[in-house]
Design a protein around this ligand. Sequence first.
Ligand code: ADP
Length: 250
Amino acid sequence: MSNKKITKLLKKNGLRLDNRKFDELRSIKMEIGVLEKANGSAYIEWGKNKIIAAIYGPREVHPRRLSLTDKALVRCRYHMTPFSTDERKRPAPSRREVELSKVIAAAVEPIIFTEFYPRTGIDIFIEVLESDGGTRCAALTVTSLALADAGIPLKDLVAACATGKIDGKIVLDMNGIEDQLGEADLPIAITPRNKEITLLQMDGTFTQEEFKKALNLAIEGCEKIYDIQKEALRKEYMIIKEETEKIEEE
Ligand code: ADP
């Protein structure tokens, strides 16, 4: 890859290679209701990541023996398209994709009133169209919008963001090259209203002090993500409201 020659991730002026400050997010755009056939959907562009989430359900579970008598079964398939990386990714599900599918389902389940829908299934499909570091956080963030779009009763949203260590400095929201060459990575997901952590993973090493700093910075990042999610929801429901009023007038 072309990243071979890069040895330093911070410039002399303290900025990162993409000119961000240590606590700056990449640019983020979210759109709700992008697919016709799914019960709910949303799309996110987070830096160079492009990810779509589709929700089916609550619906009958196949195979039926997997259904739960007291709540809905929440399943997720996280998939990276073969054209989502620099080098063609093999289409078969990798161990990483299996792991991410599992952790994403576990991290969003706490916000769903699953007990309202016993014996049914809620299926989450995530397609990573382009990736550049931080796809699990972007996928979690867009999934909670797609769940809202599906009209599934939610207790909260899930907002996710990672922090990490590059050239010895704690930074927010690492991009692909920072993720690849950095010293540590700490993706987290929170329910912003209840302040519950539903995902916390760690790669690399932090001192205790660094860990605290990275965790606090990640929580601040999640709060910024939550603001963007709320804005996307407001925008979508304004459009729906305007369309409904127009139909009523006709
Ligand atoms: P995350 O995307 O949540 O940061 P990782 O830390 O596992 O997850 O991956 C970091 C980045 O590495 C991904 O966003 C993607 O750009 C790249 N990547 C992951 N898997 C592959 C792969 N099989 N081939 C090429 N690049 C990959």
